[in-house]
Design a protein around this ligand. Structure first.
Ligand SMILES: Cc1ncc(COP(=O)(O)O)c(C=O)c1O
Length: 399
């Protein structure tokens, strides 16, 4: 047998019909259904009054779905603004042709970063007089007004002006001539858990505080300023949380932020996680499977090796706790999830072959596996599951 030397390269040019590109569906991938996003936005918007705007939160690459695809379909469904977390996320959307207002939800605190935001037509979130002054100076330097949103803390203790100093500071901000206050907002800390209508609940108290502050600075929904407080859970909890804009993430992607909220919604998950079977083996009774041998076969067992692991974003602590769908049947994952692969017990199936596609998240027939199920099993929240998927998984748009 002749062995090719490492310094010899295959000459692709000699074989023009040879396809050298790796199929994005070669091992594991995420399918994103843009129309589901569009329909979800439309459905959610139907719960808002006509004058209430919808900001689509597309940070963390659109909760792992692909921010550009999500933005395009959310806009089709009626989103009028977009929310990102970082400068880079905003710049990427701008340079891909998105022209709706974009709010950077994270904090920009250096003049350099705020100039970059200004030049890319991105609105920063302002949490202090100091940041506001920098924006005013930038506006002055360019002879323009710098559009921004002010944020006030009502109980999250993250970003935002301190509520008891805000009134005083707002008086000063009002005199700044080179800024344009496009919005005033706050963020709910517990609306997905604490979502009763009890006026003493932390969520209701945050709303009350926000409303009182707005009253004291004499700003309301008619001032041509976007007033926003609600995330998905706040929006679905009650109309009183809508003001004149809502900032929605999770429910736009097709998931309810809480089992207690709005049972009449029929949101459609937009994400499907799919994987190819890379290998099939049959093991005898009593054989250890995967690292640590934590699973031992209790009978002769047929195993499918799937090309996905924790390096793709499947939490390792889901080992032995999840199922996979193939042709409307569920198959249990067994043994430790490894970096790039995992094993599934497919005993009894003759249909599953090397190269078959199995569904880890999403629906097939009447079976559905949701990031909410994974979150419950791995003691986290669906937001984290969605944001964990790595770039190694190609995102493929399907409609
Ligand atoms: C400031 C802000 N607004 C809105 C959202 C959207 O939240 P949800 O995905 O619960 O709708 C987030 C998400 O973390 C956020 O940080």
């Amino acid at each position: 047998m002749q062995i090719r030397q490492t310094n010899q390269r295959f000459n692709f040019d000699k074989y023009p019909n040879f396809d050298r590109d790796v199929d994005p569906k070669q091992r594991a991938w995420i399918e994103v259904n843009g129309e589901a996003i569009e329909k979800n936005v439309r459905q959610l918007r139907s719960k808002l009054s006509r004058s209430c705007q919808f900001m689509a939160v597309v940070k963390a690459d659109g909760y792992g779905h692909d921010a550009k695809v999500v933005s395009d379909y959310a806009i089709k469904g009626g989103a009028s603004e977009l929310g990102v977390a970082t400068l880079k996320e905003g710049i990427k959307l701008r340079s891909s042709g998105v022209n709706k207002p974009i709010l950077v939800l994270g904090n920009l605190y250096t003049k350099k970063d705020l100039i970059i935001a200004f030049k890319n037509d991105l609105m920063p979130t302002i949490s202090s007089l100091r940041e506001c002054l920098i924006c005013n100076n930038i506006g002055k330097e360019f002879g323009l007004k710098f559009s921004l949103h002010l944020k006030v803390d009502t109980g999250m203790s993250r970003l935002g002006f301190e509520s008891d100093k805000f009134i005083q500071e707002f008086e000063k901000i009002k005199s700044f001539e080179n800024i344009l206050i496009k919005g005033i907002y706050s963020h709910l800390s517990s609306a997905d858990e604490d979502n009763s209508l009890d006026p003493k609940s932390s969520t209701q108290l945050q709303r009350l505080k926000f409303r009182q502050l707005l009253k004291q600075i004499n700003v309301d929904s008619n001032n041509n300023i976007k007033i926003h407080l609600a995330n998905s859970a706040g929006m679905l909890l009650n109309k009183n949380f809508h003001f004149n804009m809502v900032r929605v993430g999770l429910s736009m992607y097709g998931y309810s932020p809480s089992a207690k909220i709005d049972k009449n919604l029929s949101l459609k998950p937009a994400l499907f996680l799919k994987v190819k079977v890379a290998f099939i083996r049959v093991i005898d009774k009593g054989v250890r499977v995967s690292y640590g041998g934590k699973f031992v076969s209790s009978r002769k067992t047929k195993l499918a090796v799937l090309s996905i692991g924790y390096a793709d974003g499947v939490p390792r602590n889901l080992s032995g706790k999840i199922k996979v769908i193939f042709k409307n049947k569920l198959y249990p994952q067994v043994g430790s999830i490894t970096m790039d692969q995992m094993m599934v017990d497919i005993t009894g199936s003759d249909e599953i072959k090397v190269g078959s596609t199995m569904v880890l998240l999403g629906s097939e027939g009447d079976k559905t596996i949701s990031p909410i199920d994974w979150a419950r099993e791995s003691n986290t929240i669906p937001w984290e599951i969605l944001c964990s998927f790595k770039n190694r998984l190609p995102r493929i748009q399907v409609d």
